[in-house]
Ligand binder design. Structure first.
Ligand SMILES: [Zn+2]
Length: 425
């Protein structure tokens, strides 16, 4: 990510020798778009001067360095030892100075605070993989290596009815895991992402109980996405507890493209047409080496404001996600003014949509609204840019189909989520 530190405070403060033993607060406001704060002090004074420092957030002491450090970073995802990583609440923060030892005639402290503003970036990842914590082959560290090797930045660990894998996923700077489990019942599967305690018990006997389980998982903070809802290749793999249950998303693209994905895509289109706003996501469901079931096939492109599991899940909830057949793309970027796929354009908002995608010669672009397929075009290789009017529709979304010589079939290379339009009636 681009590191763009913006200055919040640059203050000099004189500490009298008579103030020895006291504390001073240098207050600053934490902006709403801050994802990391950096606090640094410099001390000028006679030999033997010791100024301790730490940070206050609106709830109290956020961290403390004593005299051991001159700089600290506090972020949503990481923090200097001695400080707590996590959300940065808005409101009054302060650099906390401790006048531990201040010989005459006192000292000067320069305190500087800067922050890193959130800047959305496309992160790529796989949202459905199995490890040796269920019926997969790879250990979590092997999943991490494979994901990094493909150029992906995140992976959701979704073993059957257990979230144990995330605990042994390595802490690395080039990849992060989303803790999850694939809730596996005799009437279908559902990925629960972002919580290691989504369900107290996975067993379920009725649609009413399935609804209660979903509500419980959501109350635990989990993101709920029905997996391969039409997969009838194995007993109990298709979702039989009702597709009107309050899912956060649907996995319309599971592993290699096949009839169950086509059925999921058709069902999703019908749901969109009747006014439901439901993000489409994908996942490889990779268990073991396989010619067509590979990590990152499909790949989720998520426009996230932070490179963290929370950032990805927040973006998924907003539908800020596009799917591609492989880690290298293609990405369909669908915008409407300042709005993007997943967004609801308000009444009176922009009416013109802009689509870009890097395509191959012969790729077929298809544009869908609530009326179904509306436009279709065979493209030349290169960066395709198309502009089209809303034309009174309630949503627009795009598919890119490609001829794959190895299977001699035309299959999806990319899907976008819809841009939705609010209606005045
Ligand atoms: Zn499954």
């Amino acid at each position: 990510m681009v590191q763009d530190w913006r200055q919040l405070m640059d203050q000099r403060y004189h500490v009298e020798d008579s103030a020895e033993g006291s504390y001073v607060e240098l207050a600053f406001e934490c902006p709403a778009d801050a994802v990391e704060l950096r606090i640094a002090i410099e001390v000028e004074g006679p030999q033997g001067t010791v100024i301790d420092f730490g940070a206050l957030d609106p709830d109290g002491v956020r961290g403390w360095s004593g005299g051991a450090r001159r700089e600290a970073i506090i972020g949503a995802a990481r923090a200097t030892p001695g400080y707590r990583a996590g959300a940065l609440p808005r409101g009054r923060w302060a650099v906390l100075l401790g006048a531990y030892r201040v010989p005459s005639p006192g000292c000067d402290v320069a305190a500087r605070v800067s922050y890193l503003a959130e800047s959305p970036v496309w992160l790529r990842g796989d949202l459905h993989v199995h490890t040796l914590h269920s019926d997969g082959l790879d250990a979590p560290w092997q999943v991490a290596d494979a994901i990094v090797g493909l150029g992906l930045q995140f992976v959701a660990l979704t073993d059957h009815n257990t979230a144990a894998a995330a605990r042994s996923f390595p802490v690395r700077e080039d990849v992060f895991a989303i803790c999850g489990m694939e809730w596996t019942t005799r009437e279908g599967h559902c990925n629960l992402l972002g919580s290691d305690r989504a369900l107290r018990d996975f067993r379920v006997e009725s649609p009413q109980e399935a609804l209660r389980r979903i509500e419980e998982a959501k109350a635990q903070g989990a993101f709920v996405s029905v997996s391969h809802p039409f997969d009838d290749s194995c007993p109990g793999c298709a979702w039989g507890w009702g597709l009107d249950l309050p899912m956060d998303a649907a996995e319309v693209w599971n592993g290699p493209w096949r009839p169950c994905n086509q059925a999921a895509l058709a069902w999703w289109q019908a749901e969109l047409a009747r006014g439901r706003r439901l993000p489409a996501i994908g996942g490889s469901d990779r268990h073991a080496p396989h010619p067509f079931v590979r990590y990152g096939m499909p790949t989720n492109w998520v426009l996230s404001t932070t490179p963290t599991a929370d950032g990805v899940l927040a973006a998924l909830r907003r539908g800020h996600v596009a799917l591609s057949v492989a880690p290298e793309g293609p990405l369909i970027d669908l915008r409407c003014g300042v709005y993007m796929q997943g967004d609801l354009v308000p009444v009176g908002g922009p009416e013109q949509l802009d689509l870009t995608a890097a395509v191959r010669s012969g790729d077929r672009l298809r544009l869908y609204s609530e009326h179904g397929l509306e436009q279709e075009e065979v493209l030349e290789a290169g960066e395709a840019r198309r502009t089209f009017a809303r034309d009174g529709r309630r949503f627009w979304r795009a598919e890119l189909w490609r001829w794959f010589e190895e299977v001699r079939y035309e299959l999806p290379a990319a899907l976008s989520n819809p841009v939705y339009f609010a209606d005045c009636n």
